[in-house]
Design a protein around this ligand. Structure first.
Ligand code: URP
Ligand code: ZN
Ligand code: ZN
Length: 467
């Protein structure tokens, strides 16, 4: 007998939308079907609403040191933002200390995540591929870590990685079943362009965009893909921002390569011109890759439609304007890179994508949840409304309308880049493993209720299923 019955709603999956009840026992989905027996169950009337699998965000940065400061959101405020948007699981980046181990990074992040209210997995971002770290990499899958990130950008910081290390990490990843995530921008060209801009006295935020042209992203995307092809390893290109980079992914798919690619909400609602906002306000829009000309958007929509872009992640990496973004008042290279998006990601995609007529509600669920589970190694547990999966459910109101202001956001920032933007579509209720976690603007999940999710990357299955 089920504990809870979500009755009368329209279940939306990556494959289709259909009228069905969802029965939940304990933390698990027990059955999906029409007119399921109610005997003794707590009946939750969801008629008129869509019932979707909890959204998964495979790209967040919480409580992370970056650009000489710490991200503004920690696991407490990050959890609140996640739940307010309908996200029930995130995969966050644990950062290797330059002299530290990968295991140390995972343990440090598990400590930070003790206050999590949503479920979470961890990537490891490699900052120093020493001989010891090369020997350590194969131990990650046993820790439940399926993914490592390597940065081709950010030259002059510990994140930057040369091609020889990128390539060797790919070879090791192939052998031990890890998925490599890559930040694809040419760090050398960017560093040179930045040096030249500063020497000319070009210090304002717009130069962040002008020193990271689309071609440096496209070049690095192609280089990473080609290196992965030589190494024989699958690859996930994160935060694809422009048509030129996407074209390299598309060409790789035409060659039959196992390349996954992610795009992010900011590239659909903000643009290069936001970096030119007066009074240093452009700093709020500094992230990498940078905001692009909107002429890139039709290609990005086509990429999602065609499956060249399989996932839509937030790259939530938030910094306050005062005291953090302001670090770069006299030098755009000192502005910490990143902006929030954990809360806004689903509503942006519903507003611009589904209501904008670019994608179906099934594709909405696929790129926010089902494909995220496939690419990030959580199939069988998350990302689908099927018996046996965790009962992570979003009761989605397709007409909910909210104009974003700093005060109605659930993150900890002193501003929102989304100020004044009207977003349509949002969760009225969110359940994690059967427990009510969010309702009508109020976060109900307790700090510490989130669980670490062990993930395993299964190359053959997601390659066939997603592409
Ligand atoms: O600007 C960004 N994207 N900040 C987060 C770090 C990264 O590169 O993903
Ligand atoms: Zn990145
Ligand atoms: Zn990121």
């Amino acid at each position: 007998m089920a504990d809870k019955l979500f009755a009368g709603g329209t279940v939306v999956t990556a494959e289709g939308s259909f009228r069905a009840d969802v029965a939940v026992t304990g933390e698990t989905i027990e059955a999906v079907g029409l007119d399921l027996p109610r005997d003794g169950a707590d009946v939750i009337d969801v008629s008129g609403a869509r019932v979707m699998p909890g959204f998964i965000d495979g790209h967040t940065h919480l409580d992370m040191p970056f650009g000489g400061t710490m991200t503004a959101d920690d696991w407490n405020t990050g959890s609140a933002a996640a739940l307010a948007g309908g996200t029930t699981t995130i995969v966050d980046f644990s950062l290797q200390n330059v002299d530290g181990t990968l295991t140390g990074a995972v343990e440090e992040w598990q400590g930070k995540a003790e206050s999590a209210r949503m479920d979470y997995g961890l990537h490891v971002a490699i900052t120093n591929l020493t001989e010891d770290v090369k020997r350590e990499l194969p131990s990650l899958p046993a820790l439940g870590v399926a993914t490592v990130k390597i940065f081709m950008a950010y030259k002059g910081t510990p994140l930057y990685t040369e091609d020889d290390d990128l390539f060797e990490a790919m070879q090791i990843a192939r052998e031990c079943g890890l998925l490599v995530l890559v930040h694809a921008e040419n760090g050398d060209a960017i560093a040179k362009l930045q040096e030249q801009a500063l020497a000319r006295g070009d210090t304002s935020p717009k130069w962040h965009g002008l020193t990271r042209p689309e071609a440096v992203e496209a070049e690095a995307t192609n280089r990473a893909i080609r290196l992965a092809e030589v190494a024989g390893c699958p690859l996930l290109v994160v935060h694809v921002s422009c048509a030129a980079a996407l074209e390299e992914v598309r060409r790789a798919h035409a060659r039959g390569s196992t390349i996954y690619a992610e795009t992010c909400p900011q590239y659909f609602v903000f643009e290069y011109a936001d970096l030119e906002r007066p009074n240093f306000e452009g700093a709020k829009y500094v992230c990498s890759p940078p905001m692009r000309d909107p002429s890139n958007r039709p290609a990005l929509w086509r990429g999602l439609q065609a499956g060249d872009l399989q996932i839509f992640g937030s790259d939530h990496c938030s910094f306050n304007f005062h005291g953090q973004k302001e670090l770069g008042r006299d030098d755009f290279t000192a502005i910490p890179n990143g902006l929030p998006g954990l809360e806004e990601r689903p509503a942006v995609l519903w507003t611009e994508g589904v209501r904008g007529g670019h994608i179906s509600e099934q594709l909405f669920v696929a790129v926010l949840s089902t494909n995220q589970a496939r690419v990030h190694g959580m199939v069988g547990r998350k990302g689908a409304i099927v018996p046996g999966n965790d009962a992570d459910l979003v009761v989605w109101d397709p007409d909910m309308t909210i104009t974003a202001t700093q005060s109605n956001r659930h993150n900890r920032l002193d501003h929102t880049p989304y100020e004044g933007k009207t977003l349509i579509g949002g969760p009225s209720e969110v359940y994690i493993r059967g427990a009510l976690a969010y309702r009508d603007g109020e976060v109900l999940a307790e700090a510490g209720s989130g669980r670490f999710i062990e993930r395993a990357f299964r190359r053959a299955a997601p390659a066939a299923a997603v592409r």
